[in-house]
Design a protein around this ligand. Structure first.
Ligand code: APR
Length: 237
């Protein structure tokens, strides 16, 4: 007889999971997009118009990410994995807080701010352990480097992989996202119909689509609470 299958938790996280680490969310009245209009910093057109401004915006955000530390929600998910659960994280976040908390299976749907990539070849990626990207910084083919993030209007290269992961979930945990952005928000539709889905977000009551269980709490409180329960029960749900 083989070992019993490990319970598989699939997490879809958004900027709200990093809010208690001091990283701004996007769509709140004091969110990031309020001061930095999307069309000026996060589209291919913005890059063509004023690459220096775009680089500056991401250089500042990169410094903020480096200063931030994983919070209780990131840590609880990593601890659940250590406990023997299978935990796959699909994050819309470009920070590395899930990894720094110890999670090993993390897919970044919208890229990673701590990486640069070539403007001509998506596969030419470079880690940025320190510093930022300047105009004139080039890839091995001689083209300008840009942040390795997905801008509005660009394709989401790992979306197919994310759909496959969601399709294998025993439970889908959505944390800290307004579910306003496609195709990320549509991932909920790729879970098998009988897969329970839970949303942890202070605004869960108004955000959760039909059939999704709501936990209207900040991630740093709600996620550790769920994880404690799952560890005690040795199963999800
Ligand atoms: N814990 C959990 N959730 C929180 C917390 C918290 N402490 N604080 C705020 N939130 C929730 C808000 O209630 C909101 O629902 O986080 C969510 C943030 O939503 P958005 O600002 O829309 O950010 P997000 O859903 O991550 O955006 C998705 O859009 O702007 C693009 O590419 C960007 O990845 C981003 C994507």
């Amino acid at each position: 007889m083989g070992e019993p299958a490990r319970p598989h938790l699939v997490v879809l996280s958004g900027s709200g999971i990093s809010a208690e680490s001091g990283i701004q969310t996007f769509r709140a009245s004091d969110g990031l997009w309020a001061d930095h209009p999307i069309e000026e910093v996060a589209t291919p057109e913005a890059w063509r118009r004023d690459p220096e401004r775009v680089l500056h915006f991401y250089n500042l955000r990169r410094d903020q990410v480096r200063r931030a530390r994983p919070n209780a929600a990131h840590k609880a998910l990593a601890a659940l994995e250590k406990q023997g659960f299978r935990v796959s994280i699909i994050t819309q976040n470009i920070d590395d807080l899930h990894e720094r908390a110890g999670s090993r299976d993390v897919l970044h749907l919208h890229g990673e701010i701590l990486k640069a990539r070539s403007t001509v070849d998506r596969r030419m990626q470079y880690r940025l352990p320190r510093g930022g990207i300047a105009l004139g910084d080039i890839c091995d083919k001689g083209s300008q480097l840009r942040p390795d993030v997905v801008w509005f209007g660009e394709s989401v290269p790992h979306f197919g992989d994310a759909c496959e992961i969601v399709a294998e979930a025993d439970l889908l945990l959505v944390v800290g996202t307004s579910l306003a952005v496609m195709p990320a928000a549509s991932l909920l539709d790729y879970a098998p119909l009988d897969t329970p889905c839970l949303l942890v977000d202070p605004e869960a009551e108004s955000l959760a689509p039909p059939g999704v269980t709501r936990l209207a709490q900040p991630a740093g409180k709600g996620v550790p609470q769920l994880v404690r329960h799952w560890k005690r029960e040795r199963r999800l749900w």
